[in-house]
Structure formats: C-alpha cells, structure tokens
Design a protein around this ligand. Sequence first.
Ligand code: MN
Length: 306
Amino acid sequence: MITITGYVNPDIDCVACAIGYAELLNMQGKQARAVYAGDIGEETEFVKKYLGGLNIELVQNGYGDGEIILVDVSDPNGIDELIDINKVFEVIDHRKLAYIQGFPNAELHIDLVGSCATLIAERFQEVGILPSRDTAVLLYSAIVSNTVNFRNNVTTQRDRDMGEWLKEISMVESSYVASMFEYKSNINKENLNEIMREEFKFYEIQGERVGVVQLELSDAVRRVKELEGNIRRVLSEIKGENSLDYLLLSVVDIIDGFNYFLTIDHSSTGLFSSIFNLSDIDKGTKYEGILMRKEIFPKVVEYLER
Ligand SMILES: [Mn+2]
C-alpha cells in the first residue's frame, strides 16, 4: 500500500492532490491511500460538505510499512515527524523553496505552477484517464483557491488549462467559487485562533525563524479591523510558541485583489517594511496586487542573504 500525504494541517491543494493522486494510482492498478495529519482547513470543509465526504483519512497509527509519496510539500520540516524520510520515493510540489537534500530516496517533481493540483490533473491527462467527478471538483477547487480564481501572480497557463478541463468534468454551478470564498471568509472570535494557526507556516532562513500567517478573505480590511485585538493576541502567541524572530500577517483580499499586512513587533516591522518598501505596517497597511505566501518567503530569503 502506497500512502500519499502532504504537510501537517493541509490546505485544500494538499488534500486534493493526495486524494487525486491516490485515485489515479488506484485506477492504474496500484494500491494507494490518501491520509492527512492535523486539521483540514475551512475550504476543504466546504468541499467536503459539498461532496458529502472526502476519500482521505486522518492518520492514526503511523504511516505503515509501505512507501510514501508527498504532495504539495518539499520541506521536511513541514511534514509529520512520524514519516520515515527514507520511505519517501516521490515528491510533487510547486514551490521555489524545495529542500531537495531532505529526501534521499525520492524522485522530485518540482514545477513552478500556481497549484500542485495542476500537476496532478496533468498526470491524469497524460495517461488519458478522466478523474471522477468528486476528484475533479476537488482539484478544480484547489486550483481556484491557490490562484485566487486565476488572478494572482503565481497563476500560469497550465493552471488555466487544467482549471478549464476540470471545471467541465466537475459540472459545478456558476455560483460555486463565490460560495467557497464566502465560506472561508467567515472568521469570527470563536474560530479565529484555529484558522490563524492552520494558516501559519515558518521557515528557518539564514538561521532566522520567519513565519507568515496568511488569511484569504473578502472585505479584508474591515474584517481584520473588527477582530484586530484578537488577531494581535493570536499573532503574539504564535510568535512566542514557535520562537520566531519575525512574523507577518498577510491577508489577501480575494475579491478586490490586494494584500493587507500587519506586524506586531519591532523587528518584524523593520524587516517587512524594508522588504516591501512600506511604512505603517505595524498599524496595518495595504499592498497593491496579490502576493501569496509562497512569493513572500523567497523575498525574505533574498533580503536576509544580502
Ligand atoms: Mn499548494
């Protein structure tokens, strides 16, 4: 049995890739299963409700003796520590920061497209197999989510092509994308803590621990201002618990297409003000254009290496 998984607290791209790739391998006569560790995010919950269930299980008793494939991740620090790195034989990801030396026995497929789901969809096409309707919905949702409905800078023609192909197979209604975005924008005092922790990632760059919490919301500025006190408190907890040197809140406004940045401490304000050439980032400030977390980290690397 091949086990396919991604990082802990997977986003919809990660979940869609694990389920989609398991389906493809099973259709090709192999035995594969999709699993995850941690929590699945709001968008995945939305799709799960929409489809009435998902073909992925929460990992409970480790990862078994079989081989492992990782999707939507290439950083050994992001994965469950129970995973035996030596059993990983394939890694499929779409990020620039690829820790290639981390997996000694793996074949690596790193392609800089907007969504890892695009790479999985292409694999179906290459071998002439149609994904099931459920898998098409999932992969389509993942591409729409990662590319902010094909509008952000990481979007490539390959994402558009696969998005179009999957949309047809998925037969989702025209209001589907708006409903998904609205669902994930629903932050409030009760769920804020959980959502911010799910949307947090950090890397160690030049010996510095740098974290970004990325939220994707409609009406971003209003929603952040309404919860600003709570948001600052959770940011400060995340910074302390993970011993971070720097932490940024990056909120993507998924309807109007800009970022809203916020920092809560002196050193983070200094670093990110210099990187983005912005002032007032400690009070919360807009950045024109959409910048995803996977674009922010390379900027930090470039800055800290200088
Ligand atoms: Mn992804």
